[in-house]
Design a binder for this molecule. Structure first.
Ligand code: ZN
Length: 301
């Protein structure tokens, strides 16, 4: 099997890379945090919130390009190519991204930030902005062979500074991290940023990824999509290997399920209501009454 080289790391094979958990660094929420999200969703639905009412989501993107003396210094054109990939994936679901600002910082330590590091904290404290109203999109030469990581919407109330996605700069369209260089890492991480779990979260057992129309999956897929892959044969379908929230090669990632779209829209209404466009009085009002019933900081309601 061919070796896979990503940044400063070499893996014996693509399988070794995926099995090592390297594609995505986003940590799973713990059981308490997951239950809190479930409770918020139940409360919001009881208040009349409907995902179907969320028909227009507009997300300004603040790009923070970290580089090391020019290495990683992405151009506006390269950032726009990434925005186009985000819009190709999300716009069919009425979620639209536009470039709000770009800053570029030459900082060799921030450029090599690892997840949860002091460097990440400092960079985000210095550069992050408008976390409740926008996506903070950091590009860097992140270490450890990771392609990216994200925060969840439910993290926002307690830790706005950390909010956003951090993406390996060579994973943007045209970058050097083949087969992960078509910009789908950002689509996947923004999926987390809007509240989605991996399709293989929880393996073959309920509640899995907490989305009803994505079949259970015991482990991440890697390589191209595999329409015959069925790691949980007792459930109601083959593995969702074309889904953006699996680990399939960029070229084979093609869809969110309707249930995932609803989950993202519900979490936008609850945790990121400032992203709702104009003309959404009904959804905003329902979400507002849900928010009024929830103490987002503590989870009490
Ligand atoms: Zn992920």
């Amino acid at each position: 099997m061919a070796k896979l080289v990503l940044g400063d790391r070499e893996f014996d094979s693509q399988e070794a890379f995926i099995r090592g958990g390297r594609r995505c660094g986003t940590p799973q929420l713990n059981d308490f945090q997951k239950e809190r999200v479930r409770a918020h969703l139940r409360t919001a639905r009881a208040s009349g919130m409907e995902a179907a009412a969320v028909t227009q989501v507009e997300i300004p993107v603040h790009f923070h390009v970290l580089h090391d003396a020019g290495t990683g210094d992405l151009s506006d054109q390269e950032l726009d190519a990434q925005l186009n990939v985000l819009n190709d994936s999300f716009k069919p679901h009425d979620i639209v991204f536009h470039r709000a600002s770009v800053d570029r910082t030459d900082h060799s330590v921030w450029f090599r930030m690892t997840m949860g590091s002091a460097a990440e904290r400092k960079a985000k404290t210095e550069l992050g902005t408008e976390q409740h109203r926008a996506l903070n999109f950091y590009t860097a030469g992140i270490g450890a062979g990771l392609l990216g990581w994200a925060t969840f919407p439910s993290d926002l109330p307690g830790d706005p500074v950390s909010d956003g996605v951090v993406i390996l700069y060579t994973s943007l369209p045209g970058g050097s991290s083949a087969p992960y260089n078509l910009g789908l890492t950002a689509v996947h991480e923004v999926g987390h940023w809007l509240g989605l779990y991996h399709t293989f979260e929880g393996g073959c057992f309920p509640p899995g990824d907490e989305v009803a129309d994505t079949p259970f999956e015991a482990s991440p897929n890697f390589g191209p999509p595999d329409p015959a892959r069925d790691t949980c044969p007792n459930d109601d379908g083959v593995d969702p290997t074309t889904n953006y929230m699996d680990y399939t090669d960029d070229a084979g990632m093609t869809e969110f399920s309707p249930g995932q779209v609803s989950r993202m829209k519900e979490q936008i209404a609850i945790y990121r209501p400032d992203l709702l466009g104009t003309g959404l009085a009904q959804a905003a009002e329902a979400a507002g009454s849900a928010r009024a019933a929830i103490d987002l900081e503590t989870g009490d309601f």
